[in-house]
Design a protein around this ligand. Sequence first.
Ligand code: PMP
Length: 445
Amino acid sequence: MDDITIQMVKLLKERTNIAKQIGELKKNSGLSINDEKREEQLRTEVSELCKQIGLDESIGKKFLNFLLNESIKVQSEGKQTHLTIFLKAKNLEQQGKRIIHMEVGEPDFMPPKIVQSALGESYDKGFVRYGPALGMPSLREALAKYSTKKFGAEVKQENILVSPGGRFSVFLAISTLLNPGDEIIVIEPAWPAYRDCATNAGVKVRTISTTLENHWNPFIPEIKQTINSNTKMIVLNYPNNPTGKILEPKIQDQVMDLAKQYDLYVLSDEIYSEYAFSMWKSVLTNNYKKSITIQSFSKSHAMTGLRIGYTIADKSIIEKMVRLQALCITNVAEPIQYAALKALDADITQNPKTVKSKIDVLVESAKKIGLDFIPPDGAMYLFARINKPGFDGLEFANRLLDHGVGIAPGDGFGNYKSFIRISACQDQDTLQKGMMILDEVLKGS
Ligand code: PMP
């Protein structure tokens, strides 16, 4: 037994060394780290071997998933993302340079005014102690009512978990509901945290790539083909970051039907639902017991810095997630929860109008510049392709930053090197100025 284990560890070392070398080659030739086709070849070989030698196929494939994730980890070291650009932008600002931030997704307007007084009031009310890990009962009750009214499905207090932002809810859902070696389906382009949380939990990401040509629609038979005995979850994010896409209800229902058929969790990140400019429906309306809906005050109420969001799910799921939340953070700070409770009563109807008018500015100037894109159905971004041979979004983002404008390279959202994401989170004049500089730098390249 010892000998076999030692041999396996030595082989792992050998495999990791080779993965590193392949990583270098990929980097030098501009290839993406993830290669679904190559992985699928290996998967088929492993399946066949398992059958031949009489090993449980599911275990064999879980082991393969572990190896594939290790390769991805070593090959991802030092990879730049839109956060790298954001940090570089902040650094330049500290040196006194003025930067137009079109790389980050953060409303530039203030939270509802009532948040200010609620924060002060929370002291007088004695919200200065530990609280229940699930969240304050008054807030959970209010969120249940708010969600029932807003999302068209009955939500009870027991279905709500208050967390410090949607990001933490995503982390909790993936870390508690999935096990190492399990698989999660992510439709790309996608917000990078799904992939990162999965990799962190030893979960294998299976990518469904969508294209501009196909209007960012996932191909249902491709999803079906990707599902196997290790597949446990599919992620939906509509309105989408970065494309702004909203799935047609019929397609969303088809995905939900597949999830039901194969007993998969559906992690539906709906934090941009306040910014839906065409027909949108929550997966809550599908009334599926294994769905986990993520909401946040970050975008809808412009409360990014207050760090508060919530999960809506079946009680059994909430119970699993809250155990990890209690372990990590005890509870969300009660003054923040109280501010969120008060914010629920505020009139935020102006927010979507403001965001839409900013997106319109981006759409207009992007058309003039001749960028290739589909006008977003929602969210706060424009995801555009630059049709120039050999265009590299990351190189361009770095160069544009030297001219005082931050944008996010498409690469951070999947295999979209020739794309950039532009955020509509500045006033209209600033957005216009940013787009003008972008045009000049693009023409100069
Ligand atoms: N989901 C998506 C799709 C996002 O774009 C973001 C933030 N950019 C989040 C979740 C996280 O939001 P927060 O943690 O601030 O609630």
